[in-house]
Design a protein around this ligand. Structure first.
Ligand code: NAD
Length: 338
């Protein structure tokens, strides 16, 4: 069954190989693990493949679609939820596109809370102090989450779990979503409010909405000015939700008390790779990492055993449905909404 089907997996790391090889024991496809990202220069590596598997920083633009189609590739399986890196209009009629719409939202929600707790109780700084035999507490003071107000922007799969965890800490949780879920609000115990009110009342603001023209740079000078002094901003959504230079200004003026960022506007150039020997040229990212009250993680919120297993299993099943059963699930055939 499907033994000769070649699947070219781009931008893969050793951990991808581990989880995809385990998932493939049920299918027996010929998996080719490739280190380079897919783009117009690397597309030829998909030669002889009938399927291509890609991640968030691979690019399937029109020239790549044409080359893949020309070389006989029939399906592109995204091993992620977002698909802003695929030209769906170019792909129409040439390539089928599938994705993994939801994989362990608890993984992202728990990482969000890890950022909040670390920034508040400064465990990221305490770790280095104690290793250096510095047992002083000066500068490490936090505040109780209990009784404070959190603002959740986007109450989808991830935002709802964050809301539930923060309610568990005894926080008052406010939320904004253009498609509210009153049932979830009642069951979890949070209140929907208009976005300006959320900005005005929240001690911690956490972003869990998609990147759209409307949400791009929603956190910028003008919206930061409306927030509480000392607000903590957490972003595990998408980097471009925040205008980073404005965030830095807010941090310098101490309007913003702390920022936890798992995503960054220009992350494609750096995240998932090791630049420790050569340093980085992005002065904005470099400045961010100098603040003691900023915690940047490199898009790792999804990175758990459970999520990687779910991603590999759903991707393999997506391919199996296409090649063996002709019943595609999780297919993306319409361009994303504006
Ligand atoms: P989801 O689709 O379940 O929920 C998104 C929610 O945002 C929806 O309820 C939607 O109505 C709401 N929304 C849409 N436009 C909005 C707006 N203008 N303002 C406020 N809310 C708005 O998605 P999810 O699975 O909860 O994921 C949320 C985001 O997390 C995704 O967009 C993705 O970019 C990001 N994500 C990050 C990682 C990571 O590793 N850091 C992993 C997975 C997802």
């Amino acid at each position: 069954m499907g033994k000769k089907i070649v699947v070219a997996l781009f931008d893969t790391k050793p951990y991808d190989r581990e989880y995809f090889e385990a998932a493939n024991t049920r299918y027996g496809y010929d998996l080719r693990f490739l280190a380079p990202r897919l783009n117009a220069e690397t597309v030829r590596l998909a030669e002889r493949a009938l399927a291509v598997c890609i991640f968030v920083h691979d690019v399937v633009d029109r020239p790549v679609v044409e080359e893949l189609h020309h070389s006989g590739v029939r399906i592109v399986a995204l091993r992620c939820a977002g698909y802003n890196n695929v030209d769906l209009i170019a792909a129409k009629g040439r390539l089928r596109i599938v994705r993994v719409p939801a994989y362990s939202p608890a993984s992202v929600a728990e990482h969000t809370v890890a950022l909040i707790l670390s920034l508040n109780r400064k465990t990221h700084r305490a770790y280095y102090r104690v290793r250096d035999a510095n047992f002083a507490l000066q500068g490490l003071m936090g505040f109780e989450l209990h009784g404070k107000t959190a603002g959740i922007v986007g109450t989808g799969r991830i935002g709802r779990i964050v809301a539930r965890i923060l309610c568990g800490f005894g926080m008052s949780v406010l939320a904004y979503d253009p498609a509210p879920d009153p049932e979830a609000a009642r069951a979890i115990g949070f209140d929907y409010v208009p976005l300006p009110e959320l900005y005005r009342r929240s001690d911690i603001i956490s972003l869990h909405c998609p990147l759209t023209p409307e949400t791009r740079h929603m956190i910028r000078a003008e919206t930061i000015a409306r927030m509480k002094d000392g607000v903590m901003i957490i972003n595990t959504g998408r980097g471009k939700l925040i205008k980073t230079v404005d965030l830095i200004r807010g941090l310098k003026s101490r309007k913003i008390g702390a920022a936890g960022l798992d995503v960054y506007e220009e992350e494609e150039a750096y995240f998932f790779e090791d630049f420790s020997a050569g340093g980085i040229e992005d002065d904005v990212l470099a400045r961010l990492t100098t603040f003691p009250n900023v915690l940047v993680t490199a898009h790792q919120a999804f990175f758990t055993h459970e999520a990687l297993r779910a991603i590999a299993e759903t991707t393999m099943e997506n391919l199996w449905r296409f090649f063996e059963s002709d019943q595609l699930s999780y297919e993306i055939c319409a361009p994303p909404p504006d």
